[in-house]
Ligand binder design. Structure first.
Ligand code: ADP
Ligand code: ZN
Ligand code: ZN
Length: 735
């Protein structure tokens, strides 16, 4: 978590002066560490947050007035602000927040601003839609063709030309001519907004008493952070809907952050049922026009509820009154590229700056959050039971050392028997394997050559569905070579290990009669496809689902009674400090897909290590004891949240240059109490997208801000050529 000193540093840049500014600092949405000074023409009056266009080199750029001029440039050389845009200024809290995030993440403040302005067309004047209404009936003769147009409009609001032409079955030329002669009258329509106005007064479902207690606590809208800790299906969503309702009643905006994958049609339908309208949505699939209208709606306050992926946090809220982070434990909240930030943590900061409540919801809260509850920094509300008396599925472990699948197959005999039984009873089953493609590794049986990505330290994964080899790290694709590139042997490739496609093949051989569906990001290609496929499952058109983590979240499958996890150990390899925690979370989430209807669910986890703490905890459901033990390990190791981490990744195309620069950097590494520098060492992903990578890990005591240590260390350090130093505060990836 951010520290007080960081906060003061951010506040110090908030320089405001009384009266009119004659020079201002304008922050541009570019990778800049500070605003640029500009002169203010006499006819323009500017305040902090105003959107302006300014000259930059030979072009004009839209930026934001950040405060008084810094005064580090000769005034004679300054250029004037070109124009102030006619839209509300970026609210002060948004400016403060951008400063704060930049300081904490050690990112260029202009790059953080860019995340808040990520909608280029947002600054164009409001566009309007031209539409035609009935004009003067006496203006000209109505031919039969023209009459058809008039008939369409008789009981319709005005229509845009193409729609009117289509409805009347005439050409657009006919419409234009009718307009010219006056039979039709042009009107302008405001563009339809891609969101509605949620109504807090609509009635929600009757809450259970545990839900009701939690909801009324949240409805008080006290500033501070509250965790809703409740098992999958306990009704957390219904509870936080009540906090949204209270926020709407207070006339303020609410934001719901979800991992991108969890923004399901099911969620939207529920929202619409509760509030009578759709919320504004913010995610990568949004069209340009919807983005622009949504951004403007957030700024002018007409978008009351926004649901979106992590970047929605940077929208220019006019008056944000509540932030909810659903599935708060999800690592998808960590942005790993560009400005590297943890959206859940930054949501807490956003709430703190605005003095508004932040609600974190999860069935398996992160260790960081649980520790914050433990120490009293966060409040916790508990929903221990599934809604409507549905029971949580029982979790069983299958010991793969004893219960061995046949050669080149992955389903253990006991799981196979369970599947047979479930399918015979006409119930649904799910096989889970969090690995895309056919096989994670392809090797040559003759010489042992392994097919590897030319740009990364990674195997190429065969995807039979797309008939190609793919690198999951850089997107490299190639057809399967006809012969081994090393020894030229033909037909010598062997697939090693299972991917979800290979599992599907095995399932097809075992259960040829079952209606099977493979759900991975290769088959679920977008929200519409996702909706259609999930509906097939929910409506029982499928007997056996085989999928990756794409199915783990949000979806409610009422007929599903059996879940089989093919490789529960998959996430435990590698030196990730959160590996066991994440395994617990993912397995619980997958398990939570079962038994959401009337029949109880059963879950089988295949593992080679059933005695491992995380497996025992999954079986017994002793989450809190498991997490407490994990926390104890981290405390002893001084790892987060008991200490702080920052990762430095130095990369470049020339391996020797990267190595030499890393050695140099190591020479000036800080030596002081409470600070440890690990590395330099080649990253586990030593080559990524053709760049060689060397890592340092900075570890500090909790009371020492790694940012301050890094600033001192990196002061004046240059990274010439294509060398790049990436700073990752609070890293989640150790690759
Ligand atoms: P969670 O978010 O904790 O996984 P949900 O809020 O999705 O749980 O609730 C699980 C299911 O129970 C959903 O289908 C939801 O519509 C239903 N549900 C939850 N609370 C109620 C309630 N008070 N009345 C009726 N249905 C409810
Ligand atoms: Zn690659
Ligand atoms: Zn070979």
């Amino acid at each position: 978590m951010p520290t007080e000193t960081d906060q003061q540093a951010a506040a110090a840049t908030d320089v405001l002066s009384d009266g009119r500014w004659d020079r201002v600092g304008v922050l541009l949405p570019l990778a800049l560490f500070q605003p640029y000074d500009y002169l203010v023409p006499a006819e323009i009056n500017l305040v902090r947050g105003d959107f302006v266009t300014v000259p930059l080199g030979r072009r004009h750029v839209t930026g934001v007035v950040w405060g008084a001029a810094l005064g580090d440039v000769d005034p004679a050389k300054l250029k004037p602000v070109a124009a102030r845009l006619g839209m509300p200024p970026l609210p002060a809290i948004s400016c403060d927040f951008i400063d704060w995030v930049a300081q904490y993440c050690m990112a260029p403040v202009g790059a953080v601003l860019r995340m808040a302005m990520s909608v280029p067309d947002a600054f164009l004047p409001e566009r309007a839609l031209k539409a035609w209404a009935l004009g003067d009936p006496a203006a000209a003769k109505a031919t039969p063709t023209r009459q058809r147009v008039l008939d369409v409009l008789r009981d319709q609001p005005p229509l845009p030309p193409t729609e009117l032409a289509r409805a009347a079955g005439v050409s657009v030329g006919v419409i234009a001519e009718m307009g010219r002669v006056g039979l039709l009258r042009a009107e302008t329509l405001a563009l339809p907004r891609p969101f509605g106005t949620p109504d807090a007064a609509m009635l929600g479902p009757t809450l259970s008493s545990a839900q009701g207690d939690a909801a009324s606590t949240l409805a008080e809208l006290q500033p501070g952070v509250t965790l809703i800790d409740g098992v999958t299906g306990s009704g957390k969503t219904e509870v936080y809907f009540e906090a949204i309702a209270a926020t709407l009643r207070a006339g303020r905006q609410a934001l719901v952050l979800v991992p991108e994958i969890a923004l399901t049609p099911q969620w939207l339908t529920r929202f619409e049922r509760r509030f009578g309208a759709l919320p504004a949505q913010w995610h990568s699939e949004l069209t340009g026009l919807a983005r622009r209208l949504t951004w403007r709606g957030v700024l002018d306050g007409s978008a009351k509820v926004v649901v979106g992926a992590r970047s929605a946090l940077f929208l220019p809220y006019r008056d944000l009154g509540l932030v909810i982070v659903d599935e708060e434990h999800e690592s998808a909240f960590k942005q790993e590229e560009g400005v590297i930030y943890q959206a859940r943590d930054m949501a807490v900061v956003r709430g703190h700056l605005a003095k508004i409540p932040v609600v974190l919801a999860s069935a398996t809260p992160s260790l960081e959050t649980l520790v914050n509850v433990e120490t009293g920094r966060y409040r916790a509300l508990h929903l221990p039971d599934r809604h409507g008396g549905a029971t949580l599925p029982a979790i069983h472990l299958i010991d793969l050392r004893r219960d061995k699948p046949a050669r080149q197959s992955w389903i253990a005999p006991s799981l196979r028997a369970e599947l047979e039984q479930t399918l015979a009873a006409g119930e649904q089953a799910l096989l889970f394997l969090n690995r895309r493609g056919y096989a994670p590794l392809t090797l040559c049986r003759t010489c042992g050559h392994r097919l590897q990505c030319p740009r990364c330290t990674a195997w190429l994964v065969e995807h039979r569905f797309h008939q190609k080899l793919m690198c999951h790290h850089c997107g490299f694709e190639a057809p399967m070579p006809p012969a081994c590139p090393a020894c030229q042997s033909e037909a010598s490739f062997a697939a090693c290990g299972p991917g979800v496609e290979r599992l599907a093949e095995e399932a097809a051989a075992l259960f040829p009669e079952a209606r099977r569906l493979v759900l991975t990001s290769d088959t679920v290609t977008g929200p519409a496809k996702a909706e259609a496929l999930m509906k097939m499952v929910a409506e029982r058109e499928v007997d056996l689902v085989i999928g990756t983590q794409i199915i783990a979240k949000g979806h409610n499958f009422p007929h599903l009674t059996l879940v089989g996890v093919i490789d529960a150990d998959l996430g435990l390899h590698g030196g990730d400090l959160r590996a066991a925690e994440r395994t617990y979370q993912l397995m619980s989430q997958v398990a939570g897909r079962a038994g959401r209807g009337e029949k109880p669910g059963r879950v089988f986890l295949q593992t080679y290590d059933p005695d491992r703490a995380v497996m025992r905890a999954l079986k017994s459901g002793a989450r809190d004891a498991f997490m407490a033990a994990e926390a104890e390990d981290r405390r002893e190791a001084g790892m987060p949240p008991f200490g702080r981490l920052a990762a430095l990744i130095l990369s470049g195309r020339d391996e020797a240059a990267v190595t030499a620069r890393a050695r140099d950097l190591a020479r000036s590494a800080p030596h002081r109490d409470g600070v440890t520098v690990l590395g330099p060492a080649p990253a586990p992903m030593a080559l990524l997208r053709g760049r060689h990578r060397i890592r340092f890990l900075l570890k500090t005591r909790r009371d020492i801000a790694p940012q301050a240590v890094l600033r001192a260390w990196l002061k004046g350090q240059k990274f010439p050529g294509d060398l790049r130093l990436q700073i990752d505060i609070d890293p989640y990836s150790f690759m």
